[in-house]
Design a protein around this ligand. Sequence first.
Ligand code: ZN
Length: 150
Amino acid sequence: MADLRELYQEVILDHSKRPRNFREMADADRTAVGHNPLCGDRVTVFLKLDGERIADIAFVGQGCAISKASASLMSEVVKGRTAAEAERLFGTFHEMVTRDDARASPPADLGKLAVLAGVSEFPVRVKCATLAWHTLRSALAGREAPATTE
Ligand code: ZN
């Protein structure tokens, strides 16, 4: 498992250094901001919607490597999905990062999100990893108030 661990860390580092879809979106249909006071992570999520489908997604923000990598990975996996599919992914993802044995057996249907399974070993990092998702849900729900992990 050591090699896999190394690989996962490389993917996380890569996404935190060169986050995908990291830009402002001037013509976004929905925008939401999120804040994780525990770590100081901040994120703004922009969505372009096509009916129920997330046609495009972008984000900006600042925070720790985990929060950035998680937002980057999320933006890749939810693009093109429906709101309901994104919600289901978040459920599985949240379960993984809060589970004791997630590293041993990450859920198969999470795709590249599985690289964040190691977060489950660091409970204080769970909020970093889920901030972008909470913010995405706010954006999909059209909520005005900032999303918070608290
Ligand atoms: Zn953080």
